[in-house]
Design a protein around this ligand. Structure first.
Ligand SMILES: Nc1nc2c(c(=O)[nH]1)N[C@H]1C(S)=C(S)[C@@H](COP(=O)(O)OP(=O)(O)OC[C@H]3O[C@@H](n4cnc5c(=O)[nH]c(N)nc54)[C@H](O)[C@@H]3O)O[C@H]1N2
Ligand SMILES: Nc1nc2c(c(=O)[nH]1)N[C@H]1C(S)=C(S)[C@@H](COP(=O)(O)OP(=O)(O)OC[C@H]3O[C@@H](n4cnc5c(=O)[nH]c(N)nc54)[C@H](O)[C@@H]3O)O[C@H]1N2
Ligand SMILES: [Mo]
Length: 736
């Protein structure tokens, strides 16, 4: 037996290599004198989580004899506070999972079946390069579409050499619209940009509105700040059609019908102005269009808003008064609201509220969303992405319309090669049934770089093995807090895995490209991104980040973004009336339109499909990451459709029944759970479960709406009407 027993692992300062600690084991207890003493080389390497999550937790990886043996939240990082979420606490299981893709794979079965053989990097690259060159020669470089999102939101792995490669080759560009664009566009239409207060300043708030966000599940590390505010007397309001964990923990849960919050904001403004609770001085000094706004508000008395939102007149009035009179009041926004056709307008309307009440004047007042609206301005994207390498002006395609793009008969040139990384579109993109039809095209070259054989990989001609965060260098700006962290690789990539940057270096070489910018090293890329002279970045350099792994950007303590105006609009004021929206042909005033796919928007469709489906994120998955892991699936419990008792009864559905959820786009079989989380007319299921079987069945996005939002280009996932029926034995046998 040569196993080291009871060896003490001694923590070393991060980054000290080659120190060997020899520890004698307690030989007596082992009852043998001949137990070998094995040298244990242990080090701790500081890194950061790069999942697509606002928290960006900093972690310490213990590496023992070149294997990562522990991963813990950094105790000295003010956001992580030593605690990781239910997903990332098991990160090392993901790294060392038996299903990791460790070598290049080539498809041997039909598309969708996921049968592959292992091939060498050399063969894989030369075949892929040759096919790409054939596509380019036949149809031009725009027939190639690199398709990626935020699987890693580390700057290098999210966007660096891949973007340089795309510009240089002249591939089609991608509008990365699955998350955030609609919200930013809506806020910007009112404020000029999407800036808000430092989320940590919520601790100064007395009235916190968590509007369309499930903080406790999706933004866990903000919760202690909210809890502190609550202990100090703040009232916590959640606005969400679904009774989430966060709603359960709040003082007040307001449940409008999905997609109607724009009307709620207008109704609040109506009440605030009618009762004289607005801040006349703030409005006078820092806004434009108040008179026109007042005329518009006449159309939104609480009685009408009650009809639209399904709330009572009383609740609308009480909420409007409480919001306007309990200062400082802050609205916390994230993503839930933007996944609607009228999403941008919702954000625009909500952005009017803190200006109307002057909430921006006080610390802890205003609104807060993505801190990337600050950090994005402080990083050198021109130097990192090098758009100047572009030799031609290429078209851009919207990622939310992937189904259309791949099946279009009119797109010129059609997309004949898809390079997917950081993304799992067979599961995460709306109208996934159409995406699947596109991915099944025999003439389409699909190449995927991922850590696992995802549902998207199953349609790939070639799968390349991707490194995980502890195997690669990166720079991770948080979008939930004002921190930037450096991720140092803790271990060498497993098997033949590579970072996204290395993949694009190899691909460029295989395609005989020689432009030096395509071959920059990872450290050069980090330095490119940090090459800025913004005063808030003075202390954020490669060297300072190398010391303890992270830095907070130098936003001055007590920073109030709009206390005295300073909006980034053309007028320099908050625009209740927006000339630029008018120019683009939109309503220049805050407005409300029912989404087309909603009870009010399309009564005919609604008669056939009378339930609205909201597809949510899961506590133990990060989008579709971890959904392949047994432990995480067990923690989630079975994938269920939650339905109100009333709607279940009307359909003869009992708890645990197998049901079919369907509309004209697709169908999904799932177990029904009678639940108070949803009211009548609403059903919900998680969006990120993997498919069962080759036909992508079980993927919630088979049902969802890929109409683009009013402006901002995002997807309308939650404007989805469905019908639900109990499956009979015959249905189950014939699989419908
Ligand atoms: N555990 C976990 N954490 C995650 C993720 C994950 O998958 N799992 N994903 C990460 C990502 S990519 C993101 S973008 C963030 C998202 O973080 P959140 O913004 O919190 O995410 P969502 O779950 O999209 O939306 C939140 C809520 O919006 C509600 N909602 C939907 N439509 C409406 C509406 O019309 N009105 C109102 N008032 N509410 C509505 C939904 O019911 C949902 O509860 O979370 C990140 N964190
Ligand atoms: N119905 C519905 N659909 C939704 C949403 C919803 O609320 N409802 N939410 C939307 C939102 S907010 C988002 S952000 C999107 C997310 O959609 P996606 O970006 O597609 O998210 P994931 O499913 O997590 O896929 C990320 C993939 O990247 C891989 N990956 C992780 N790190 C790396 C890396 O370093 N290199 C490479 N090559 N791969 C890596 C992971 O293994 C995973 O397969 O989904 C959207 N889809
Ligand atoms: Mo997202």
């Amino acid at each position: 037996m040569s196993v080291p027993l009871l060896t003490a692992i001694v923590r070393k300062p991060s980054g000290t290599f080659n120190e060997v600690e020899m520890v004698a084991t307690n030989q007596k207890e082992q009852g043998t004198a001949a137990i070998p003493i094995v040298p244990v080389d242990t080090r701790t390497v500081r890194g950061v989580c790069s999942h697509d999550c606002p928290d960006s937790c900093v972690w310490d990886v213990t590496v023992t004899n070149e294997r990562a043996t522990a991963l813990r939240g950094a105790p000295d990082h003010p956001i992580t506070r030593g605690g990781l979420c239910a997903k990332v606490s098991h990160f090392l299981e993901r790294v060392y999972h038996a299903d990791r893709v460790l070598y290049p794979l080539k498809r041997v079965g039909p598309k969708g079946h996921g049968r592959f053989e292992r091939i060498s990097w050399e063969q894989a690259l030369s075949e892929v390069a040759a096919r790409l060159q054939r596509v380019i020669a036949a149809k031009g470089p725009e027939a190639v579409l690199p398709y990626s999102f935020a699987g890693s939101q580390g700057l290098l792995q999210y966007s660096s050499l891949d973007r340089r490669f795309a510009s240089y080759v002249g591939t089609s560009g991608l509008v990365r619209s699955l998350c955030g664009d609609t919200a930013s566009a809506g806020l910007s239409a009112t404020q000029g940009d999407a800036k808000g207060i430092d989320p940590l300043d919520l601790r100064y708030s007395k009235f916190i509105v968590l509007w369309g966000t499930n903080t406790m599940a999706n933004n866990l590390h903000l919760w202690p700040t909210i809890r502190d505010a609550k202990s100090a007397g703040a009232k916590i309001v959640v606005i969400d059609p679904i009774k989430t964990r966060t709603a359960d923990a709040a003082d007040w849960h307001i449940r409008p019908l999905p997609g109607t919050d724009g009307a709620l904001a207008l109704g609040m403004m109506h009440v605030i102005v009618r009762e004289g609770l607005h801040d006349r001085a703030y409005i006078e000094a820092y806004t434009v269009g108040f008179e026109q706004l007042q005329e518009r508000l006449a159309d939104f008395p609480p009685e009408r808003v009650a009809t639209i939102t399904g709330l009572s007149v009383d609740e609308i009035e009480l909420f409007a008064r409480a919001y306007a009179t309990t200062q400082p009041a802050c609205i916390r926004l994230m993503i839930g609201l933007e996944h609607h056709e009228n999403g941008a307008m919702m954000f625009r309307n909500i952005a009017c509220l803190p200006a109307l009440t002057g909430a921006w004047r006080l610390r802890g007042g205003g609104l807060t969303r993505s801190t990337f609206s600050y950090l994005g301005e402080m990083l050198n994207f021109d130097k990192l992405l090098r758009p100047d390498l572009g030799r031609q002006q290429s078209r851009t395609l919207n990622m939310a319309k992937l189904g259309d793009v791949l099946t279009s008969t009119t797109l010129e040139p059609g997309v004949d090669a898809l390079l997917v990384y950081n993304c799992n579109p067979a599961v995460t993109v709306p109208n996934a049934s159409q995406v699947r039809v596109g991915l099944e095209r025999e003439d389409l070259l699909t190449v995927v770089l991922d850590q696992f054989v995802t549902d998207t990989c199953k349609y790939a001609d070639y799968v390349f093995p991707a490194a995980t965060e502890i195997e690669q260098l990166d720079l991770v700006p948080s979008w939930g807090f004002l921190n930037i962290a450096l991720n140092r690789p803790a271990i060498k990539p497993l098997g033949e895995c590579v970072s996204n940057t290395e993949f694009f270096r190899r691909l460029a070489k295989a395609m005989n490209l020689t432009e030096p910018a395509l071959f920059a090293t990872d450290e050069e890329l980090v330095r490119d991104a940090l090459d800025v002279d913004h005063p808030w970045m003075a202390d954020v350099t490669f060297e300072t980040l190398s010391q303890d792994g992270w830095r907070r950007v130098g936003m001055p303590d007590g920073w109030l973004p709009f206390a005295t105006g300073g909006f980034a609009t053309a007028s320099g004021k908050l625009e209740f009336l927006s000339p630029s929206l008018a120019e683009q042909g939109f309503d220049p005033l805050p407005a409300f339109t029912a989404p087309i796919e909603s009870p009010a928007g399309d009564p005919v469709l609604y008669a056939r499909y009378p339930l609205t489906l909201v597809t949510t994120k899961s506590m133990h998955f990060l989008n579709s990451c971890y959904s392949n892991m047994e432990r995480h699936r067990r923690s989630e419990g079975p994938c269920v459709l939650e339905i109100s008792t009333e709607d279940a009864k009307a359909r003869g559905i009992s708890n645990g029944d197998q049901v079919l959820v369907f509309n004209d786009r697709g169908k999904v079989e799932v177990i029904a759970k009678l639940s108070e989380k949803v009211g009548p007319g609403l059903v919900t299921m998680p969006f990120a479960w993997p498919a069962r079987g080759p036909q992508n069945s079980g993927v919630a996005n088979e049902l969802t709406n890929d109409t683009l939002s009013d402006w901002g280009g995002g997807a309308s996932f939650h404007d989805t009407l469905v019908q639900v029926k109990r499956m009979s034995h015959r249905d189950e046998e014939t699989n419908i």
